[in-house]
Write a new protein. Structure first.
Length: 128
């Protein structure tokens, strides 16, 4: 609710500054770009030096080969490159890899915020 209140306050402030126009649609002036922090820029340069083509799947696979984050999501080692890419595609689309009442907050079996086991994790164990 606080997030909604903050958004409505920003909308009100934009209207008061004359940055908001309403006719058949709502029109808001575009935001001004800000310069990224130096550390973010350094990370971006390092990534693109290592991967000049900047292919996100290749970058994700390389990071995962060091961190094994996908192992936490799956509860096991991935069986193939395709499976690994599907795991990260699922994460990127904010959808759980299996049906879960937690929706986008699903952690894929690591455990839900309420302290109980995740239903997606029990499905995964059965299908495993």
């Amino acid at each position: 609710m606080a997030h909604l209140d903050a958004g409505l306050a920003k909308l009100r402030d934009a209207a008061l500054r004359g940055e908001l126009k309403i006719d058949s649609a709502i029109h808001i002036d575009p935001l001004t770009a800000t310069r990224p922090e130096a550390s973010v820029e350094a990370l971006r340069r390092a990534l693109f030096e290592r991967h000049p083509d900047g292919q996100l799947p290749d970058i994700l696979l390389e990071i995962d080969s060091s961190t094994h984050f996908s192992w936490l999501l799956l509860g096991r080692e991935p069986h193939s490159r395709s499976e690994l890419l599907m795991v990260y595609a699922s994460c990127a689309s904010a959808q759980p890899p299996s049906p879960c009442a937690q929706g986008p907050r699903c952690t894929g079996g690591i455990g839900c915020g309420d302290g109980r086991g995740c239903p997606a994790g029990s499905d995964r164990a059965r299908l495993g």
